[in-house]
Design a protein around this ligand. Structure first.
Ligand SMILES: [Zn+2]
Length: 402
């Protein structure tokens, strides 16, 4: 059914970063936003009015970095089991994670890869029959160098092939390419950097090959050199980017390359109760340093798209995104710009900005209704009261959102 109705929003955050507006009237015609204007007294008597005068309305959210094939559980045994799931088991878990995303108002996600390409296979074999109204972009298996970090998310090129040759021959319907070009952050030595996984020329050829196939490249990179190489190679986004340094931030600002800082993953390590005090201390310092980099990114105007790394230890699908938004605010961004990083900017990075990310005339009426005023938005997003997708209230097949 194509929906038409009027909506009175107590507060509206439109996704562009502009200041929030109070008492707004939104007209939805056949699933599209027909008009957005300040409400008048008479609007309260519109016959098909959805009264959200008690709530904040904002675009539905996007998470630019997840791993659907894993849950956020901290139980090591369970995490080990999940790594050995066959497609049938993995598919059930992926479906449940997609439901989690929708429950938290997340309608588009970019998967950063898994060792068996389960998420990509799920997209092509199961998503349509499960009838979940979510945009799933998946890398399939990510790429790494032999003997280096990334076993959980991908594999090295085989049979003596270069990375570019391996990408060229990859005959699957992936939505983007994921490459790991550094290790992970140390929890024992603050600021310890790892060397790049690939030579500069190899990485450049790989990104060019992906581009020729019409694919964008997301690069896992921490540390100055791995990030610089990925940027010089022409990648579309830097994932994590811990300890990348001011020169790389400036490069990203100059060329408007996206950064997905995944700060919440480090906060999880800092807050883990059984992590040991020295590891927690290093995690806390790593987090503080990342927040300083995010503050610098704001000054330099580096585009940021929020991604959670959901599926990582302690990072729950759907729920984690509001934590990532909170950390962007901690780094000094306004509420409106923090929301923009999880809506319009994320939609642009994912190539979905003609469908998602902004509440304005002509766009699909895909938005969240969160109870209360914007000051309590971070709490009221967990989960939001309602999710509309193209003008239709999503009920999730159960009563959670109705
Ligand atoms: Zn990841």
């Amino acid at each position: 059914m194509i929906e038409s109705f009027s909506l009175f929003a107590g507060w509206l955050i439109d996704g562009t970063g502009q200041p929030l507006r109070e008492n707004m009237f939104i007209r939805v015609e056949q699933g599209l936003i027909h008009s957005v204007r300040r409400a008048r007294q008479a609007d309260m008597y519109a016959p098909d009015l959805v009264n959200c005068s008690h709530a904040t309305v904002l675009p539905a959210l996007l998470d630019a970095h997840v791993h659907l094939c894993m849950s956020g559980t901290t139980a090591e045994e369970l995490r080990r089991k999940q790594l050995n799931f066959d497609f049938d088991m993995a598919g059930k878990m992926i479906r449940s994670h997609l439901m989690d995303h929708l429950t938290y108002g997340v309608v588009a996600i970019r998967d950063g890869g898994d060792y068996a390409a389960h998420a990509l296979r799920y997209k092509h074999q199961k998503l349509a029959q499960d009838q979940l109204p979510i945009h799933l972009l998946a890398a399939g298996k990510g790429w790494r160098s032999r003997g280096r970090y990334g076993r959980l998310i991908g594999r090295p090129p085989q049979d003596g092939k270069s990375l570019a040759e391996a990408i060229a021959e990859q005959n699957i319907q992936a939505d983007h390419v994921k490459i790991a070009n550094s290790g992970v952050n140390s929890l024992t030595h603050f600021g310890k950097e790892t060397p790049p996984q690939f030579h500069a020329g190899e990485l450049t050829a790989a990104v060019r090959t992906a581009r020729n196939k019409g694919l964008r490249t997301m690069v896992h990179a921490n540390g100055k050199k791995p990030v610089r190489q990925a940027l010089q190679a022409g990648c579309h986004s830097i994932e994590h980017g811990y300890f990348m340094g001011p020169d790389n931030l400036q490069w990203m600002a100059d060329r408007q390359v996206y950064w997905v800082p995944t700060a919440y993953s480090m906060k999880v390590y800092a807050d883990l109760p059984d992590n040991g005090s020295s590891r927690a201390d290093v995690a806390r310092k790593n987090l503080d340093h990342q927040l300083e980099q995010m503050a610098a990114a704001r000054t330099l105007q580096v585009p940021i798209a929020l991604g959670t790394d959901a599926g990582g230890l302690g990072i729950n699908h759907g729920q984690a995104l509001s934590e990532e938004i909170k950390l962007l605010m901690t780094a000094g961004y306004s509420l409106e710009w923090s929301i923009r990083a999880a809506t319009w900017d994320a939609a642009r990075l994912l190539g979905l900005d003609d469908e998602l990310g902004v509440i304005k005339k002509g766009m699909p009426a895909t938005f969240i209704v969160a109870r209360g005023n914007p000051h309590c938005l971070m709490d009221s997003l967990c989960p939001p009261e309602q999710l509309y997708i193209r003008g239709t209230l999503w009920s999730g097949g159960d009563t959670r959102l109705t």
